[in-house]
Design a binder for this molecule. Sequence first.
Ligand code: ASP
Ligand code: MG
Length: 404
Amino acid sequence: MKIVVLKFGGTSVGSIERIKKVTNIIIGYIKKKYKVIVVSSAMSGETNELIKKSKKISNNFSPSEYDVLLSTGEQASCALIAGRLNHLGYKSNSWMGWQIPIFTEGNYCSSRISTIYKKNILNFLRSGGIPVIAGFQGINVNNRITTLGRGGSDASAIMLSKFFKAKKCIIYTDVEGVMTTDPRTLKKAKKIKIISYEEMLEMASLGAKVMQPHSIQDARLNRINIDVKSSFTNKEGTLITKRKNISNNKTITGITSTKNDSKITLVGVKDRPGVAASIFKPLSQNFINVDMVVQNISANGKETDLTFTIKTEELQKTSKLLRQNKKIKFKKLIIDKNVSKVSIIGVGMITTPGVTYRMFQALANKGINILVISTSEIKISVLINKKNLKKAVYTLHKEFGLYI
Ligand code: ASP
Ligand code: MG
């Protein structure tokens, strides 16, 4: 069987008109002799509305009921898609997670799919039917409904592709694919034609919101090729695949930037073992995510400065925790909210020497000062003043030839 999994995001099924459009896309694949498994999100805005309602009922809404509530959005969109396909003369049924069933493990609100029972869906596909499966949901060992975290229908699509050995997994969304950078920061951003899982994971965790990061990890582990494309146009999208399949000569694949980072510097902390751990322990206990960290080598062997970044929304809490921390001493605490992190990402940098130098020189030529630097195998990040953000992204785009 030549199976294709088509996943439609919230905006792609955001209105009756959109749902009609989407069913035409589905029929297009049927005409090309594919067996189609459809996965749908809730209509856009629906899940947010349900969350608001839960908050009005209780500020301590039970996680298990929260999942029952949130999963209802997908029920409506799936029924509408199947209903439209029926209307057009196609055999189609909607399926909720529990009807298949799709088993999940982990906590409510952030479960992960462990197993999918295939029999019913396979029989339906064989009989010429089009199953429309609710994304974002499953059941746990107690037979309770679970959800997969916000944006979780991406994970449903990936895992369905895995279990049904789909030839293709196509994620239909409202953008044309993965862009070299956020078009809101740089209008001239280009669509990336092909990108590796690793690069996509970096892009997603750095804020490119095309797909849920967990689902990219699932795809990587299971070697599922993903096509991300728009349901609004008929253009080619972005292929997310393994590194081996990529043979372009670009050093850098994409650039990301943040607008909501803050920098904290502790001036004059004691330079002895355990100090950094004492600083970060209360932050980790309070689930505050620390990002870039630099510690200077102390000149006198006694004191040093420690700088790190966090999300600005955690700033108040963080500075309170630092000031209350009796285990540490420092002379001054300096806070800077006007910072942005700009990162260049590309597996090409592993084999290309001089990328770090090129990045720093290009920024220097534009008079952009670098505050903090951090690197990984396929990423270099710099922290700069927020006022230079657009200039930096533009300059780096040019330096690494991303316009072509
Ligand atoms: N409807 C869910 C959400 O809004 C799942 C999804 O859209 O993927 O998070
Ligand atoms: Mg989504």
